[in-house]
Write a protein that binds this ligand. Structure first.
Ligand code: OAD
Length: 256
């Protein structure tokens, strides 16, 4: 156990994953960085380094200036439509296809895990390609990519915002239930590409640890979780996740 990206830690984590009865993978914006989608908090390039989240990602901001908030989400939808899943997304889908017992909880709203073929993704912060009415809860599809104003809710006539979780909003109940259960039951918790700063996703690692899980992290930078991780792999998800998968593929099936 330890930190760095040495082949030794990769091999140890591969063995631990191969033996695990339940694995919880939590992903954040970093896994989509190699698809060309900016993260949130990285200095210079992150969305929140350039835009104020209080003006774009709260219910109050939407009430105040729906056109501004809507246009920012329409722009992000365009970025994501133009992007493709990368080898990191594909490696997680490959782990599932290999039969590993993985629950995948993502804070990302981009749908790239699904496009890579992962089935049953738990969307902790919603999905940008849906719309959601904050007044009555009605959900619909994103609709016209060129629309400059949000559509009216067919049920209650309020403006419908993007189907994502904003600051100050609750996590969708079934996603929270599924993530909490997976944290309680897992024996390996793997955090990929998240700064591990935003609650309640940030508390899943502690919950998993309290239940006896080993903690692993893949991130080129150090986070709040790094010092507490049993396996800290410092590097990009698009390289390290495929390396784990090739280790799992070449592993002697009788060795676990
Ligand atoms: P952050 O921007 O906070 O963190 C992204 C993390 O990805 C950082 O720790 C980077 O070091 C790491 N990273 C960058 N490139 C990477 C790569 N190639 N491979 C692996 N890791 C890489 O994004 P999140 O942790 O996802 O919420 O942020 C959590 C939430 O805060 C988001 O869901 C969003 C945001 O505000 C809402 O909008 C509600």
């Amino acid at each position: 156990m330890g930190t760095g990206d040495s082949p030794g830690i990769l091999a140890e984590l591969t063995d631990t994953l191969a033996r695990a009865r339940r694995i919880l993978v939590l992903t954040g914006a970093g896994i989509s960085a190699e698809s060309g989608i900016p993260t949130f908090r990285e200095a210079g390039t992150g969305f929140w380094a350039q835009y104020n989240p209080l003006e774009l990602a709260t219910p109050e901001a939407f009430d105040r200036d729906p056109r501004l908030v809507w246009s920012w989400y329409q722009w992000r939808r365009g970025l994501i439509r133009a992007a493709d899943p990368n080898p990191g997304h594909q490696a997680l889908a490959a782990m599932q296809a290999l039969g590993l017992p993985v629950t995948l909880v993502t804070q990302n709203v981009d749908g790239l895990h699904q496009r890579a073929g992962f089935e049953g993704v738990v969307e902790f912060h919603g999905n940008i390609f849906r719309n959601r009415c904050r007044t009555c809860g009605n959900v619909g599809r994103a609709g016209d990519p060129a629309a400059e104003m949000p559509p009216r809710c067919p049920a209650c006539d309020s403006l419908m915002g993007p189907g994502v979780v904003w600051f100050g909003e609750a996590i969708p109940a079934d996603a929270l239930r599924a993530a909490d259960a997976a944290a309680d039951e897992c024996d390996v918790f793997l955090s990929v590409g998240t700064s591990a700063l935003v609650a309640p996703a940030s508390s899943l690692a502690d919950r998993a640890r309290a239940g006896g899980a080993a903690i692993a992290e893949i991130n080129p930078a150090s986070t709040d979780l790094t010092d507490r991780a049993d396996y800290a792999l410092a590097g990009p998800a698009g390289t390290l996740l495929p390396a784990l998968v090739s280790g799992l593929r070449s592993r002697d099936p009788g060795a676990g």
